[in-house]
Ligand binder design. Structure first.
Ligand SMILES: [Zn+2]
Length: 141
């Protein structure tokens, strides 16, 4: 069973989730600050938060709407993986469940499992993960 499987979380995994929360605090977003950490073979291969591309004004909203150029935390991690290690088979530790777009990207690159602390505005991303056979688990730490 892929959905809602509740594995026991190790102290190290809780550490990754706390790290994702700390990373989220770096975001300048006003609506929602999201942090993600990608872990593969026991090593952090990428971390990221939602924000604008380098060189852009460091604000995520315009008139209370998210700017179209904002890159999500998970996307930032995937982009950082271009410089570090393939995300194939990695576990993702995030403050929030992924949006549908990021969930589709995770399916496509072969993410193993997604752990998260809170639900995103929509849970459509979780449906995409399930359909793409990527495990996911909400965690309370
Ligand atoms: Zn996203």
């Amino acid at each position: 069973m892929l959905t809602g499987k509740k594995d026991d979380i190790s102290e190290l995994q809780k550490c990754y989730l706390r790290y994702a929360s700390d990373i989220a605090d770096l975001s300048k977003a006003e609506r929602l600050r999201v942090g993600s950490v990608f872990v593969k073979s026991g090593n952090i291969i990428a971390f990221g938060y939602n924000g604008t591309p380098s060189g852009f004004p460091n604000s995520c909203e315009l008139e209370k709407k998210t700017k179209p150029e904002v890159i999500h935390a998970e996307e930032n991690c995937l982009l950082k993986c271009l410089e570090t290690s393939s995300p194939f088979g990695a576990d993702v530790y995030s403050t929030h469940s992924p949006c549908p777009h990021c969930a589709a990207l995770m399916v496509q690159v072969g993410i193993n499992k997604v752990y998260y602390l809170f639900h995103y505005f929509t849970t459509e991303g979780l449906v995409i993960l399930t359909n793409g056979e990527v495990q996911h688990q909400k965690v309370d730490i």
